[in-house]
Design a binder for this molecule. Sequence first.
Ligand code: SF4
Ligand code: SF3
Length: 554
Amino acid sequence: MFCFQCEQTINGKGCTAKGKCGKTAEVSALQDLLIEQLKHLNSVVHHAKENDVKPVTTYSDHFNLEGLFATLTNVNFDEKRFQKYLHKGEKLIETYLKNGGEKLKSVLHENGIQTADFSYSKPLKELIKTGKEFQIDLTEEKRPVTFTKELIMYGLKGGAAYLDHARLLGYEDTSLYHYLSEALQKLSLPVSEFSLESLLEFALQTGNWNLSCMELLNRANTESYGHPEITTVSTTPVDGKCILVSGHDLRDLKLLLEQTDGMGINVYTHGEMLPGNSYPELKKYSHLKGNYGGAWQDQVTEFAKFPGPILMTTNCLVPPPKKYSKRVFTRSSVGYENLKHIEGDDFSELIKVAKKEKGFKNTKKLALKDIIVGFGMNQTLALADLIIDAVKEGAIKHFFLIGGCDGAEKERNYFEKLAEKTPKDTVILTLACGKYRFNKKDLGVIEFKGNKIPRVLDVGQCNDAYSAIQIALALANAFDTDVNSLPLSFAISWFEQKAVSILLTLLHLGIKNIFLGPALPAFIDPSVLDVLVKLFGIRPIGDVDEDLKLMLKN
Ligand code: SF4
Ligand code: SF3
């Protein structure tokens, strides 16, 4: 196997025997085959569209989302689920071929696209064997192009995950599906078809597309559940039966709250679900009791101690040890062998486990620190006049965006130290699971004209980067300048492919001098990094004090 799509890739180069995330060589081969199939399917779709073949696009568009989502880091480790995806993909290809008849077949032949003898419906063992043939080609001279194609693929994976969340809430946009389909088709073309310049352009376009994906999801979340409001979230559990909900899918949280209403079972958020506590249509449930635990990498210790079932709605799932695996349920694209997967919207099996498990007891002694959340764009922009005034009068001197993914590496302490060392007259916007590095610390408030402006504003999940961008644009607008000229610095921690898509969005917006860490992506070839440094001043994180000086100077 070879996989280097996430930050924790072994030795900063690539996982080759087994993934550091726990992904086996077999699952890796199946994921490679699924990605190959998605490229194949969308090449067929591309030519079918050009030849006016009756479309079955909705199905292939949905399949693009679930297929890509399943290959994200820490999402799906289940061989049988990948086998099912491959069968489904093959059926879709066959449907297009049937509808397109001889005409489509001959166009596909002319373009060298396979129309028979697919490798997708074989027994699992053979699928794995075939998948191994589609491992990333590491030929030295092809590297800059191969790696940049991977960069784009990871950007697409992140955006596809966001589109899938929006779809589940009934929000879809055919033009965004079309971009994804065409992009997958393009990525099926050989390295010789691309120049590095054209690929960089393609990467930035993908960043633009991801901005629209995040916008759609923002609309889906806020129109379904209201705009996030400033909310104090307790992290101290209360006595009683309990369920833990992790991941990004607010709809699952809502369904679970509805189905447990009045049952005396308390619901807690975990990881990226924390912002769920700030949405009016979710926080109205009195049995949503707060947040339990921290970022994803701590789940093995935290889940083991949680006295109830756990629902993993999306990434990040760490392979669960036996001591608690019976209590873990998966949803949507998430999968792990022998964990219970909930297909429809009926959570009764999970609720049954909650009733059976011990629940929390004797929690009165605990008094853990609360977290303040809910600074999405509506809430923060409602405070815009105050904030702008505070900047004009020198009460706020600088803004930081410190956020992104979290992970286990000790180098990630950088983000915690940076937050702690930021001067008292500065404000930190944060988002995604990287915020757990400092969201329980008391970094104080800025007192201004009788108001107390919190120094840490939690904008939400990683997809709420959309909100953070709108806040930055509004500030730039208020000061009649552009985002790069604002006293605003970006320190982004990355881990998986959603962070890659957000990084591409920021670059597409022309945002410069981003500090990126804890390590630069293994799939950014040195020649490409040179260009990114020249064009965008992107730089790896270094010494906290030195970096902070530079940030404040800008
Ligand atoms: Fe390695 Fe990350 Fe790939 Fe897992 S997802 S195999 S840890 S590079
Ligand atoms: Fe975190 Fe997985 Fe990326 Fe949504 S939950 S930010 S790492």
